[in-house]
Write a protein that binds this ligand. Structure first.
Ligand code: UT7
Length: 333
């Protein structure tokens, strides 16, 4: 396998902020209830004509700028998106055009919900490793707020919108930045988080008994139990596969779904607070974008020093989950 270099990472979040107090205008809840159960104080949402395309474009431009690669250097685009603004043209095709990436370059979306970034990294790593493509743009962008049921207080408190992007390329110096990476799925528990698409059968045939409403449905308790039992052990296995010891890794940058889940992983790794990156308080769960947002913001705020290593992990609908130990080179974000 040819080694992969992580060349640039970027992110973007919308301007509009919805605080926990704002949510009390929609249903009976409180800042205290939400904050103690989830660690969330506020989240960002798209407004007006803004969509995940705008966020994805901004994140991609930031990542490309950091990477030093120009649009003509990108030879494949992968978007990790579960809630794109349109089913087609795909987010990847739209971003190809908006970024000025040549029209013959392949572009496709893939869905692995909140684990999307790590799944996309695995696909990109395989394509680069096998020599099929040299430089791949990954964009993780979702319009969560558009499929959130804003009358359901147990799910709508959690989600926010945002985008993250990563440019990965063949490492010319032979040093692989993706030291280990594992992804998994279990469809038998897929009903824990689901969104049934609306749509009727042809009017000439019998109609389905139920028509989806296109909103997120979640069994929060089961997702929580799954996350705290499966993910910490999985992260440990990924670290073991990297040949490193958890104490040798500088940071844990987990998917931002619930502060208590983040703490369960932290406890398993016996990490002190300064090694764990959490910004869920300000953004909620931005699905596949949450890891790059936490990583880049952590660098901006001086919580993360580059020239280090980190373990990233995610989980979400599917159910899917994944983890990767990566090298964070100087200048990537
Ligand atoms: O990437 C996707 C990942 N998703 C997750 O990570 C979700 C993981 N799960 C969770 O974070 C938690 O399950 C939640 C924070 C979503 C919910 O916490 P919970 O402790 O599981 O609460 P619950 O849904 O079992 O509800 C307990 C009570 C219920 O009242 P009763 O039936 O006991 O009277 C709810 O109606 O809390 C009530 N409740 C609320 N009360 C005030 C639910 N949501 C709210 C709310 N404000 N927003």
């Amino acid at each position: 396998m040819k080694p992969t270099r992580i060349a640039g990472i970027g992110y973007s979040v919308p301007e509009a902020v919805i605080t926990n107090d704002d949510l009390t205008k929609l249903y009976e809840t409180s800042d205290e209830w939400i904050y103690t159960r989830t660690g969330i104080k506020e989240r960002r949402v798209v407004s007006g004509n803004e969509t995940a395309i705008d966020l994805g474009l901004d994140a991609a431009q930031n990542a490309m700028k950091k990477s030093g690669f120009k649009p003509e250097d990108i030879d494949c685009i992968i978007c990790a998106s579960s809630v794109p603004p349109q089913l087609y043209p795909t987010l990847a095709c739209t971003l190809q055009m908006k970024l000025g990436i040549p029209g013959n370059v392949p572009a496709f979306d893939m869905t692995a919900a909140c684990t999307g970034l790590i799944y996309a990294m695995q696909v990109a790593r395989g394509l680069i490793g096998s020599g099929i493509y040299k430089t791949i743009l990954i964009v993780a962008a979702d319009n969560n707020s558009k499929i959130t049921d804003w009358t359901d207080r147990s799910t709508s408190i959690l989600f926010g919108d945002g985008a993250g992007a990563m440019v990965v390329t063949e490492a010319q110096d032979g040093i692989d930045d993706i030291i280990s990476l594992k992804i998994s799925a279990d469809g038998s528990i897929g009903h824990y988080i689901s969104t049934d698409m609306p749509g009727q059968c042809c009017p000439l045939v019998k109609q389905a008994d139920k028509v989806g409403d296109g909103k997120i449905k979640m069994n929060g308790k089961e997702v929580y139990k799954f996350a705290v039992t499966t993910v910490p052990k999985y992260v440990e296995e990924c670290i073991e596969a990297s040949g490193m010891k958890s104490e040798d890794i500088d940071y844990l940058i987990p998917h931002q779904a619930n502060q208590r889940i983040i703490e369960a992983i932290q406890k398993r790794l016996k990490y002190t607070d300064d090694k764990v990156i959490s910004n869920i308080k300000y953004y909620g769960n931005t699905s596949a974008a949450s890891i790059p947002i936490a990583l880049c913001e952590g660098v901006e705020q001086g919580k993360i020093k580059l020239g280090t290593t980190a373990v990233l992990c995610g989980f979400g609908a599917g159910m899917t989950w994944g983890a990767t130990v990566v090298r964070l080179r100087e200048g990537i974000c």
